[in-house]
Design a protein around this ligand. Structure first.
Ligand SMILES: Nc1nc2c([nH]c(=O)n2[C@@H]2O[C@H](COP(=O)(O)OP(=O)(O)OP(=O)(O)O)[C@@H](O)[C@H]2O)c(=O)[nH]1
Length: 134
């Protein structure tokens, strides 16, 4: 059976100590409780960068710019309901202090520690890449 493909932009927000921000998916949502890279679906007609800038503002209350987003990797993963393509950007420069605007818990983690954190299955292949890069 064919499934929809959804396109998501997500950010590895890296602080000065090389830690990356993770947000916990709220109860009731797909993959509730897992720790993900902040971001979300790209709306029709929207660029991946502008979608991410919008999501970071909505979810975390921070501002950044396209020139501060470096594309580093993508993930392609078959979930039961849809096929996910996730575009991962690294961002080291933003303004504001991230807070869970939608009630989500936040934590900072080094990439190497992410192997032991419950993250969405699509994200697993991205951890080693981040570890090599951050
Ligand atoms: N933002 C984000 N989403 C991820 C990651 N890994 C992963 O599998 N996803 C999946 O990609 C989709 C992201 O879309 P979203 O954040 O807009 O989804 P949502 O469930 O909040 O949807 P909604 O905004 O329509 O309520 C979700 O199904 C989520 O489980 C990740 O690291 N970051």
């Amino acid at each position: 059976m064919s499934k929809p493909t959804i396109l998501v932009s997500a950010a590895a927000l890296v602080d000065r100590d090389g830690r990356v921000l993770l947000a916990q998916r709220p109860a009731g949502k797909h993959l509730a409780g897992t720790w993900e890279f902040p971001g979300g679906k790209i709306d029709p007609g929207e660029s991946p960068e502008l979608a991410l800038i919008r999501e970071l503002d909505e979810e975390l209350g921070i501002s950044t710019h396209s020139s501060c987003l470096s594309p580093i990797a993508f993930a392609s993963h078959e979930y039961d309901e849809f096929h996910l393509i996730l575009l991962l950007f690294v961002c080291r420069k933003w303004t504001g202090r991230p807070e869970g605007r939608e009630g989500q818990a936040l934590r900072w983690a080094r990439p190497a520690a992410m192997f032991d954190i419950d993250m969405p299955p699509a994200d697993r292949p991205l951890i080693g890449l981040l570890d090599a890069l951050v």
